[in-house]
Design a binder for this molecule. Structure first.
Ligand code: SF4
Length: 423
């Protein structure tokens, strides 16, 4: 059975493409062209059915992902259910199951069965967690075990997977040549780097990339090429290891497209404000316009507890510069596993950033939402203000309208809108 990319190249508009353009400013034919060119992806495993099909990439609305899942320290089905509900209620476009605690396949299958949106994961977590449960050292992981683990998870229905194929002997060497504050903040990246150092061998995901492509092709899984060497401190941003890895990812993206496997590229990380736009431009240039899935970025390191705000600032700028997909950050970032409220706050912050990005991109239709809200404010039309808000329930809950409905408790009888309307 052909993949979405293969169909797009053959000029075929699939049912999924028709669904994915609902609410988008492009037609199904335009989306097909974007997918065929590798400028957009439509993550949808052929073994996974879910109602909210989305495409990610150029000329499309900026999308948001919510990372949920267990940890070794915090592992409960109830909590994960609450987090999934919170992410969906917030309006996320996708979730990633980053579970590393408990029976991972049961959590994965819970998400696959219950999520109405795209589901992604990082398969190395599953493989590593199983080995740790058996008290095996991670550097004893065999290539076969790694690839079988990835195939098993893809067969269960994951729509996209993060794979750290760019952590290679060359990029590890570059990392060793640089003095970074935080050498490696990626769990997957550090597992691969440790394996390579101990075994004195190339990363299996790079050496056997063709086998990985076979798996991705078989289930039509989109590859999200992970950035194992993303900067984890703003002083480490845009350095040699990051760019070396990005160039490798660009080459791997080409190979994936040639094999009819959809691909996107993950990006930093911690990046100062004045480097965010250039990071997006570099990624687009080096990866032939592949969709950019950006983790934050966080333009300061000192806002723990408020990192959903930090990430929204970075995400809005990155999105306006062309990043396509924002991985949310919650208030719990750097501090602990998020709870359901953290997840909700993270998704809302991500959606604010995504909408600001769409305004910055000049995406057709984006400004209309703001126009409708502005007119509602001009008319002191409180019902319309609730309706047009990103979070109507919150606005409804917080509204403090005066008795005559001609103002709110902020200025009361001195309501500037009312006074200027009278004039
Ligand atoms: S009272 Fe003040 S804040 Fe409230 S609507 Fe009027 S001008 Fe705006």
């Amino acid at each position: 059975m052909a993949t979405q990319l293969e169909m797009a190249k053959a000029g075929i508009i699939t049912e999924e493409m028709k669904k994915a353009v609902e609410g988008e400013p492009v037609s199904a034919e335009e989306l097909r062209e974007l997918i065929a060119a590798g400028f957009a992806v439509l993550p949808k495993n052929r073994n996974h059915s879910f109602p909210t099909i989305r495409a990610i990439g150029k000329n499309l609305k900026t999308k948001v992902n919510a990372n949920i899942g267990t940890s070794g320290e915090c592992c409960s089905v109830e909590l994960e259910k609450e987090k999934l509900d919170a992410a969906v209620r917030g309006g996320t476009d996708s979730i990633m199951d980053l579970s590393t605690g408990g029976e991972l396949s049961s959590f994965r299958n819970f998400f696959l069965e219950n999520s109405p949106v795209i589901v992604g994961a990082v398969p190395i977590y599953g493989v590593a967690t199983r080995m740790i449960a058996r008290n095996e050292a991670l550097d004893r992981m065999s290539v076969d075990e790694l690839l079988r683990g990835i195939e098993q998870q893809c067969s269960e229905g994951l729509d996209y997977i993060t794979v750290h194929c760019g952590v290679t002997l060359a990029s590890v060497k570059k990392l060793e040549d640089y003095e970074r504050i935080m050498p490696c903040v990626s769990r997957g990246g550090s597992i691969h780097m440790n394996w390579m150092r101990k075994n004195k061998k190339e990363n299996p995901l790079y050496e056997y990339y063709d086998n990985l492509l076979d798996i991705a092709y078989k289930y039509d899984v989109t590859l999200s090429l992970g950035d194992g060497f993303r900067p984890g401190a703003i002083l480490d941003a845009t350095d040699g290891p990051q760019i070396e890895e990005l160039m490798i990812l660009g080459e791997l993206a080409k190979k994936a497209r040639n094999r009819n496997v959809q691909v996107m590229i993950e990006g930093p990380g911690h990046v100062p404000l004045n480097q965010i736009t250039s990071n997006v431009m570099l990624q687009k240039r080096l990866c032939d316009g592949a969709p950019f899935y950006i983790l934050g970025p966080l333009p300061t390191d000192i806002a723990a507890g408020y990192d959903h705000i930090t990430a929204a600032i970075g995400g809005a700028i990155a999105g306006a510069a062309g990043a396509d997909y924002l991985c949310y950050v919650t208030p719990a970032e750097h501090l602990g596993l998020p709870n359901a409220d953290d997840v909700y706050q993270g998704v809302m912050a991500g959606r604010i950033a995504a909408h600001i990005a769409d305004l910055g991109k000049g995406l057709p239709g984006a400004i209309e939402k703001d126009r409708r809200m502005s007119v509602a404010r001009k008319n002191l039309d409180w019902d319309a203000m609730v309706r047009e808000a990103l979070d109507p329930a919150l606005v409804k809950q917080r509204l403090q309208i005066t008795e005559d409905r001609e103002g709110c408790s902020m200025c009361g009888k001195l309501c500037a809108v009312k006074i200027s309307r009278a004039i």
